[in-house]
Design a protein. Structure first.
Length: 353
C-alpha cells in the first residue's frame, strides 16, 4: 500500500512528457527550456506544452543549474523605488513576469543617488550570489554611468539610459503623455491651457514641459504667460495655479497629481468650480489622490508595471540568446503613458476660449 501511494505521487519527468506528446526527450527539453538556436514546429511545441501541463511536469531547475551554471535568479536594484507607493508597481510587474518565466527575483533597495555614476556595491552583491542578470531601476537621471561590473552579466535599465549606449533601457514616454493631455483639452474646446510645472530638474519635468510646449505650438497657441513653476507638491501647485489664474486660463494641466491637489484649492479660493469654470488635469495617477478628489481627477498613468515586466522579459530573452542587446541599447524603449479621463474636465464655458 505504501509503495503504491508513493508511485501514485511520483512527479512526472521529461521522459513521461516525451512519451505523452510522442516526441523525443531532446525536443521536450528544447521547448520547455526555450533553448536558443533550435527550431521546433509550433504544433509540436504546443503538444509538448499541453502534455507538460496535463502531467503536472515541473523542470528540475537545480539539476539544470548544475549543467548550465545558471541560477535562474535575476537581481533588481532600485533607487528608493521600493518605498515610493506609485512606483512600487515596477517591482510587482517584474515579480509577476519573473514568476511566469520560472525565475527568482531578488531585490535591493538603495538610496536615491544624486550622482549619475551608479554605485557598484549593490551590483556586486548580486554578482557574488551568482545572479544570471541584473535590472537597475532609477527615477532621477536621463542618463547614468554604469559601473564595469554591471556589464559582467546581461543587464537592463529602467528609467534611464546608459551613457555608452550598450545596455538596453526602458522609460516612460513622458513627452507623449503630456501631448495627449493638451490634445484632449483642445478637442474639448480649450485654448487657454496653462501648465503648472515642477521646478525640480528631473527627466519627468523636462519631458512633460516639452510635451506641453510642443502640443500648444503645434496648435498655434501662445504659452508665454501660461506656464508657472512650483515645488512638485500640493503647496507648489497651489502657488503656481494662483499665479496662472491671473491670466484667465480655462484649463490647468499640472505636472503631477500632488500639484493638482493645490490647483483644486486655488480654484476654490477664487470662487471657481471644477470643471464648470476650470478644468484640471494631473499626471502620475498616484493612488489614492485622483479618486479622492472631488470631482475625481483626470490624469495620466505611468507604465510602472509594464516597465518592470518589460525589463524581466527582455533580460530573459538576452539570457537565452534571443535578444538584440545592441539594438535595444541604441534605441531605448519608450512605453506609453495612457490618459485616464475622470470628472475634472469639461468644455470651457465660453466656446473657443
Amino acid at each position: 500500500m505504501t509503495t503504491g501511494n508513493r508511485m501514485a505521487e511520483k512527479t512526472a519527468g521529461i521522459r513521461d512528457v516525451a512519451a505523452h506528446a510522442g516526441v523525443s526527450q531532446t525536443t521536450v527539453s528544447h521547448v520547455l527550456n526555450a533553448t536558443p538556436h533550435t527550431r521546433v514546429a509550433e504544433d509540436t511545441a504546443a503538444r509538448v506544452r499541453a502534455a507538460a501541463e496535463k502531467l503536472g511536469y515541473r523542470p528540475n531547475r537545480f539539476a539544470r543549474g548544475l549543467r548550465t551554471h545558471a541560477s535562474d535568479m535575476i537581481g533588481l536594484v532600485t533607487e528608493e523605488i521600493a518605498t515610493t507607493p506609485h512606483a512600487g508597481r515596477i517591482i510587482l510587474g517584474a515579480q509577476e513576469e519573473a514568476t511566469r518565466r520560472g525565475l527568482t527575483l531578488a531585490i535591493i533597495n538603495s538610496e536615491l543617488n544624486p550622482d549619475p555614476e551608479v554605485d557598484s556595491a549593490q551590483v556586486q552583491t548580486f554578482l557574488d550570489r551568482q545572479a544570471d542578470g541584473i535590472i537597475y531601476a532609477t527615477v532621477y537621471h536621463d542618463e547614468i554611468v554604469a559601473p564595469e561590473n554591471l556589464r559582467a552579466r546581461p543587464a537592463v535599465l529602467i528609467g534611464a539610459r546608459d551613457s555608452t549606449g550598450t545596455i538596453p533601457a526602458v522609460m516612460p514616454d513622458e513627452q507623449a503623455g503630456a501631448v495627449s493631455v493638451v490634445e484632449m483639452l483642445l478637442a474639448r474646446g480649450h485654448r487657454r491651457i496653462a501648465f503648472a510645472a515642477s521646478e525640480e530638474d528631473v527627466p519627468a519635468t523636462r519631458g512633460r514641459l516639452l510635451g506641453y510646449q510642443h502640443a500648444m505650438r503645434a496648435a498655434g497657441l501662445p504659452i508665454d504667460d501660461l506656464v508657472a513653476f512650483g515645488t512638485a507638491d500640493a503647496r507648489g501647485g497651489y502657488a503656481a495655479t494662483l499665479q496662472l489664474l491671473d491670466h484667465e486660463p480655462t484649463a490647468v494641466f499640472c505636472y503631477n497629481d500632488r500639484m493638482a491637489m493645490g490647483a483644486y484649492r486655488a480654484a476654490g479660493e477664487r470662487g471657481l468650480t471644477i470643471p464648470r469654470d476650470l478644468s484640471v488635469v494631473g499626471f502620475d495617477d498616484q493612488a489614492p489622490i485622483p479618486e479622492s478628489l472631488f470631482p475625481t481627477l483626470t490624469t495620466v498613468t505611468l507604465p510602472h508595471y509594464e516597465m518592470g515586466a518589460w525589463a524581466v522579459s527582455t533580460l530573459d530573452a538576452l539570457l537565452n540568446g534571443k535578444g538584440e542587446d545592441a539594438l535595444l541599447a541604441a534605441h531605448p524603449t519608450l512605453l506609453a503613458c495612457p490618459l485616464l479621463e475622470r470628472e475634472s474636465v469639461a468644455p470651457p464655458r465660453v466656446a473657443g476660449s
